[in-house]
Design a protein around this ligand. Sequence first.
Ligand code: GNR
Ligand code: NI
Length: 177
Amino acid sequence: MAILPIIETPDPRLRTISTPVEAVDDDLRRLMDDMLETMYAAPGIGLAAIQVGVPKRVLVIDLQEEEDEEGKPIKNPRYFVNPEIVWESEDASTYNEGCLSVPEMYAEVDRPKSVTVKWLDYDGKSHEETLDGLLATCIQHEMDHLEGILFVDHLSRLKRDMLLKKLEKLRRQKRAA
Ligand code: GNR
Ligand code: NI
């Protein structure tokens, strides 16, 4: 497995519309393994393939909500190939989102509270499930990446510009340090 570099805004590759996967084969499984390792190392709770420069409709998620006796997170990786939202709730929920491609910036985003998603798993097996809570928020955030959309695109122009300016300022400070 390998940790891959994560692309950050304003890299235009993040605006790519990713293409459907034709077959869940060993090459794709290798990519998903590397994505998961990259996500754990970051650390993050989800990662879309385009964030490591691969424009395929693949994402991995591990909310790592459960801990063992020693307080270490228990791994529960989930793999989503060609995910599609087939239903979304009218009820919305708000979450203070972050993104590994917009580092260290957070903002409240409203999204449907629950979504029914169809996808293929690590073995190419088909699933359909209604997801809610943080998993619903996270999969919608990841599926946005497949369309070239970032969480900042859900904000008002004023909030988005402020946040992106703050990111630029932080980067300048880091370069100077
Ligand atoms: O690590 C991540 N945390 C997060 C928090 C709230 C909503 C979405 C996310 S996903 C993000 C990792 C990432 O950038 N995935 O694309
Ligand atoms: Ni993201």
